[in-house]
Design a protein around this ligand. Structure first.
Ligand SMILES: Nc1ncnc2c1ncn2[C@@H]1O[C@H](COP(=O)(O)OP(=O)(O)OP(=O)(O)O)[C@@H](O)[C@H]1O
Length: 289
């Protein structure tokens, strides 16, 4: 299912003295099967964009298409609910939303709330728990006797059990240690590759964006500052360092080398091996000259 935001503007508390412009002129295409990362500082508008992706917010002006439905044209609550079922959002610290007696009941809650029969929901829970790398035995436990990392996986399983076409991840690794971060991100990447699950990752981490995403959107002051593939973004990284984003070390290094040799890299070097090769050939060219 494709999603597209076309020249979207959103104002919180519009037409009140507290009105606040959050995003402006935002156009983003999310074709089916893509892994897209949205990156930017606090307050740049990422969460506001994210909430437009499953109609939690409707644009003040502009157009949001989710599949073949235009969000502003949908007046019926039933249709909006159907849209929300197809786009699953994993909010920050999703484990805080666990509440039921058992892991199984917690995972089944979402699908059953959308009308899925209990037996089918239980079947989905067994599949989802494996997808997040946990064993079926955990289904009968209380979510509150699990570790923090396990609780997060259970909460993610609850979203996967809805069988969404698109999954939106709002800083899914916040608060985890480096190993936990890598495991969760690798898990989402595998799901994306194996199930062709469209994935939108909202993150502060340029490393994660460059490692996993097909496309990156950089937000700044409520607007799209830059968008493109990781190669396009990092082949002209001017301005990224000024934004203060955690640009991958290899790109910082690339810029330093370019300054020193006063030569542009012929192509983007996103791996250390490629970078080493490029530097060697530049040194050789320098020696010959
Ligand atoms: N409920 C709200 N009411 C009024 N203004 C809001 C509300 N939520 C966000 N804003 C404002 O909208 C702008 C964009 O906020 P948003 O939460 O989308 O940014 P963000 O990039 O997701 O930040 P963070 O990384 O901290 O989550 C900010 O100026 C923020 O203060």
């Amino acid at each position: 299912m494709d999603i597209s935001l076309q020249e979207v503007e959103y104002r919180y508390q519009a037409n009140t003295p507290f009105e606040r412009l959050a995003i402006k002129d935002v156009s983003i295409d999310i074709p089916s099967g893509i892994f897209l990362a949205i990156i930017g500082h606090t307050g740049s508008g990422k969460s506001t964009v994210l909430q437009h992706l499953n109609a939690l917010l409707k644009p003040t002006t502009g157009k949001v298409m989710i599949g073949d439905r235009e969000v502003n044209a949908e007046k019926k609550q039933k249709n909006l609910k159907a849209i929300r079922q197809r786009v699953g959002i994993v909010f920050q610290f999703p484990e805080h939303q666990l509440f039921d007696e058992t892991v199984e009941k917690d995972i089944c809650f979402g699908p059953m709330n959308f009308g899925v029969h209990e037996e089918e929901a239980k079947k989905r829970a067994r599949i989802a728990i494996k997808q997040v790398g946990l064993s079926e035995e955990i289904l009968s436990k209380s979510p509150f006797e699990l570790s923090g990392g396990q609780m997060r996986r259970v909460a993610i399983a609850g979203v996967l059990a809805m069988e969404p076409d698109v999954i939106v991840l709002d800083e899914p690794t916040a608060g985890l240690d480096p190993r936990g971060r890598r495991e969760i991100m690798d898990m989402f990447h595998s799901l994306h590759l194996e199930r062709k699950l469209s994935t939108v990752l909202v993150t502060h981490s340029m490393e994660d964006a460059s490692k996993y995403a097909d496309q990156i959107v950089i937000m700044q002051n409520g607007q799209v500052y830059k968008k493109g593939t990781p190669n396009e973004i990092f082949s002209s990284p001017e301005g990224l360092l000024e934004l203060g984003l955690d640009v991958p070390e290899v790109v910082r290094f690339q810029q330093k080398v370019e300054e020193k040799f006063q030569t542009k890299f012929s192509q983007t070097c996103l791996t250390v091996e490629k970078l080493t090769e490029e530097i060697a050939s530049m040194v050789k060219r320098g020696e010959q000259e």
